[in-house]
Design a protein around this ligand. Structure first.
Ligand code: DO4
Ligand code: MG
Length: 281
């Protein structure tokens, strides 16, 4: 099942049918048994035509977030560890990444409040004081206030590699700024957990030319999704639930940096494609 947040209500899509739910987003999603709840909504709420639903999704789409905080996990794939060890070699911080990759405790960091999050079709930003910027395509969990994973979306953890590489203590500046996070296009709510063979794919296009394409399956991640969620909820209560980006494995070559006007397409399995164009704030 897919739930799209729009300016005119929330479009629920399942089995080729659509219905429009007029209810507060956070009240809908923050519950145990979200899939069963939405299944019941599909039976009780009047259906809408596919053309109407698709027009709403096309023209009125918002990021699938209400009042939740967005957090992120880091160095959950070997490729992320290796790339960061390389970028930090001159600052003396390289071994931090090796140590956190192998440690029991994962790296978790605060990424965004909802007003800093871009949706599908919106602009994401690179910092004007950064020389080396990349998108990070990440499976993103929706975890309810009881700490259970209820849904999934596509995330882009936009990052400044030059600022993080200069000094690991600059991580919040490399990661947290306006439009540095994108989520969308929908919240995907399968009946049971996401398939471990799910693929994350990313294309970066510049002036119509494909600059980068790569993909990975999520089972390559070193940690489990439940483990990441459990660590986040150890000493934090999220009254509306939270979103958790689960780390990147797709890293463009070191001579690549994003430019204004580039378009980033991230596709994750059955969830869909999140597309954003790069801009300055
Ligand atoms: O350690 C810094 C951030 C790591 C990260 O964002 C990732 O691995 O995706
Ligand atoms: Mg990341």
């Amino acid at each position: 099942m897919k739930l799209y947040k729009t300016t005119r209500g929330h479009v629920l899509q399942a089995d080729g049918r659509y219905c429009l739910i007029q209810q507060d987003w956070d009240e809908i999603i923050n519950r145990d048994g979200l899939h069963a709840y939405l299944r019941a909504q599909l039976e009780s709420v009047d259906s809408i035509e596919g053309t109407e639903a698709l027009a709403l999704i096309d023209k009125e789409l918002l990021p699938p977030i209400g009042g939740q905080e967005v957090w992120a996990a880091g160095v959950t794939y070997r490729r992320s560890m290796e790339a960061r060890m390389e970028e930090a070699k001159d600052s003396g911080g390289a071994d931090l990444y090796d140590r956190v990759y192998h440690a029991e405790r994962p790296e978790l960091f605060f990424k965004a409040l909802p007003h800093r999050v871009a949706g599908h079709g919106h602009r994401v930003s690179i910092r004007k004081d950064s020389a080396w910027d990349v998108p990070e395509p990440e499976l993103t969990l929706f975890i309810n206030s009881s700490g259970s994973i209820q849904g999934y979306t596509v995330g882009n953890d936009m990052s400044s590699r030059s600022i993080e590489g200069e000094n690991a203590l600059y991580l919040p500046q490399a990661k947290v700024y306006d439009r540095s996070a994108a989520l969308g296009p929908c919240l995907y709510i399968p009946e049971s957990g996401i398939d471990p063979d799910t693929t994350i794919e990313m294309d970066i296009v510049r002036n119509g030319q494909l600059m980068f394409r790569d993909s990975v399956i999520i089972s390559r991640m070193k940690r489990s999704l439940d483990e990441l969620a459990a660590y986040l909820y150890r000493e934090c209560y999220f009254d509306k639930g939270s979103f958790l980006m689960t780390g990147t494995c797709l890293v463009p070559a070191d001579d690549f940096t994003l430019q204004v006007g580039d378009t980033v397409h991230i596709t994750i399995g059955d969830i869909g494609t999140l597309t954003n164009t790069v801009a300055y704030n």
